[in-house]
Design a protein around this ligand. Sequence first.
Ligand SMILES: *[C@@H]1O[C@H](CO)[C@@H](O)[C@H](O)[C@H]1NC(C)=O
Ligand SMILES: *[C@@H]1O[C@H](CO)[C@@H](O)[C@H](O)[C@H]1NC(C)=O
Ligand SMILES: *[C@@H]1O[C@H](CO)[C@@H](O)[C@H](O)[C@H]1NC(C)=O
Length: 228
Amino acid sequence: MRSLILLLGCLVTESTLTDPCGNYTVLEQPWRSTDCKDTDCSGQWMCDTRLGKAWYRLKSSGGWKIPEHVVPKRRCSTDFTIWLNGSHPTVGQGEVTKTVCFHGKTDCSYTLEINIKNCTDYIVYELKPPPHCQSAYCTDPETADALGLNDHSTQQSTDPDSLSPTPSPKTDTQYKMINVEVHSKMKVDDETAKGIVLKRLQQMTDEQCPGKSIDLNQVDVQCSDVDP
Ligand SMILES: *[C@@H]1O[C@H](CO)[C@@H](O)[C@H](O)[C@H]1NC(C)=O
Ligand SMILES: *[C@@H]1O[C@H](CO)[C@@H](O)[C@H](O)[C@H]1NC(C)=O
Ligand SMILES: *[C@@H]1O[C@H](CO)[C@@H](O)[C@H](O)[C@H]1NC(C)=O
């Protein structure tokens, strides 16, 4: 059994991860919500200048889409709020380039072009760092429910009378999501597949970052079927 697993381990391919839908960094940052006034959600002014240009999925109780409308200044825990001047693409449109506006002296005092892709269940953005502080990408909190994200957000306000901004949890988390495909002539069950993927990831880490370990366990690996 052991040798079977090792053999299958060799068959794990580092699939073509060129599709941003399968290779992105998750930003779990509720402070990006347009409901967040001044520094209420974050305790400090936030700024995205250190955000490297890469594909991101915005995923928090603060929302998962950049608002498609002007956002007032001093929201999203920043001064110059960044919003999308345009609409999100459909799945069929693939990767598209859109303009984001910075709300500075005017609603749109500075712009950047970013790439966006609709991955059916979520959106990924190729974000670029803004040139100056304080500016940050906003999220529309109306889009949080769509993913049921509020379900496991225990820090949400329970006060029904509260009309004030959602007291978002002070979390600020980034992590990387990658999709790998396990090709096997033999049927492998999900647990075996997870084991293979973890083993291979550990190997890749050992090779590329000697001395570093990845902190992953079976629950971090989710299985889904792909068309053969
Ligand atoms: C994932 O995307 C990043 C750019 O965001 C790229 O540098 C990296 O090579 C990609 N990873 C794989 C395995 O293709
Ligand atoms: C993604 O595209 C589908 C249609 O292809 C559309 O129904 C959906 O609203 C889009 N998602 C977003 C967030 O715009
Ligand atoms: C959005 O972009 C269009 C050009 O595509 C521009 O005419 C318009 O003024 C922008 N919206 C705002 C609020 O600045």
